[in-house]
Design a protein around this ligand. Structure first.
Ligand SMILES: Cc1cc2nc3c(=O)[nH]c(=O)nc-3n(C[C@H](O)[C@H](O)[C@H](O)COP(=O)(O)O)c2cc1C
Length: 335
């Protein structure tokens, strides 16, 4: 059965690309879309930044036709600002709006935004209601299990936010207190799926980094789809590999060296196109080692790539990588 959010048909068991600050920008989303992501989100955008018309926040609203369906994620601590930011973001033409109630980092969660709303569900409900009313688009929410081990209140969150009109919920199987430590626990996510009151799609998130885990957790936790974040960084093929495994029970071979180089170049070119030469080259630096993880002695090339400013020279270094590792067998980080 197809998963639907409003009029958006995501097909059976969609795989979503997670919103990730400084990662899930249009260049990265381009390669993930090519890798098979069914739906994607922008990195989170500050509601206050949008209202102040801050250039950095505005730029994050850029979305492209090939990315659809795409959601814009916003966060904030003030209900009126969130309402206004929703109106601004809606004008950018996404397919849906998403609210971040999961961010654990101090300067978000300790300023009354992100996961801190898990400590004040009444306010969370009011904020969500304001967002739902401020847009004609479907609204989704991303959150965590709760604030800490003693307050895992995501089931109440799911019921109350569904009641006021959100159309899907993604749950990261950790509490705020856990940050990114320990293992994600999806048990509570399954309880919500089994709650007869809950009708909206529930997506599981946290620690899916292999096709086996995706398949096992799909069965074990009964979710409607999976959101993948870190495992897609430098490895956008994860989406197609998981889908192939679902369909056939067999592993696709990992990407060839050529495919890795092409994805890396595409990411670089898109980065330059969208950010300009200087910033495009600079911000691509954090991605090289991810694309070539597993290559023996890659460090020397990485060092060259992260120092180089000239685009032609970067491309020449990538040519050298192609030549040097030509005979290496396809390697998969996800085996
Ligand atoms: C670098 C980084 C940035 C992130 N930024 C966001 C964000 O902007 N919004 C959000 O909802 N979650 C954000 N997250 C959390 C991820 O969306 C996701 O919930 C988390 O990484 C767990 O999923 P994973 O194990 O598949 O990576 C971020 C995570 C990372 C690693």
């Amino acid at each position: 059965m197809s998963v639907k959010i409003g009029n958006i048909d995501l097909g059976e068991f969609p795989l979503l690309l997670a919103p990730m600050e400084d990662v899930s920008d249009p260049p990265f989303r381009y390669v993930c879309k090519q890798g098979g992501a069914d739906m994607m989100y922008t990195e989170f955008i500050s509601s206050e930044g949008l209202i102040r018309d801050a250039a950095k926040s505005r730029k994050k609203l850029d979305i492209f036709e090939y990315e659809r369906p795409i959601g814009i994620q916003i966060f904030g601590s003030d209900i009126e600002s969130m309402r206004e930011a929703t109106e601004i973001a809606t004008l950018a033409g996404p397919d849906l709006m998403d609210i971040n109630y999961g961010c654990p980092v101090k300067n978000v969660a300790c300023r009354g935004a992100g996961a801190s709303l898990l400590q004040d569900i009444d306010k969370m409900v009011k904020m969500t209601d304001a967002v739902v009313k401020a847009t004609h688009l479907p609204v989704t929410v991303k959150t965590r299990l709760g604030w800490d081990d003693n307050t895992k209140n995501v089931e109440e969150v799911a019921e109350r936010l569904q009641d006021i009109g959100i159309q899907a919920l993604t749950i990261h199987g950790r509490t705020r207190a856990q940050l990114y430590k320990g293992e994600a626990d999806w048990t509570l996510i399954r309880e919500i799926k089994r709650n007869p009151r809950i009708k909206i799609p529930i997506f599981g998130n946290g620690d899916v980094d292999s096709v086996e885990k995706a398949a096992a957790w799909r069965m074990e936790y009964e979710v409607d789809g999976i959101m993948i974040g870190r495992a897609a960084i430098g490895y956008p093929w994860i989406f197609r590999e998981v889908k192939h495994f679902f369909k056939t029970g067999e592993h696709l071979p990992g990407p060839t060296l050529d495919e890795r180089i092409i994805a890396c170049r595409t990411h670089l070119n898109k980065s330059i196109e969208w950010k300009g030469d200087k910033v495009g080259v600079f911000e691509m630096r954090r991605h090289y080692s991810n694309y070539f993880k597993g290559l023996p002695d890659f460090k020397q090339y990485r060092m060259m790539l992260v120092k180089e400013e000239n685009i032609e020279t970067i491309n020449q270094i990538l040519d050298e990588v192609a030549e040097k590792y030509e005979h290496i067998a396809p390697f998969s980080e996800m085996a």
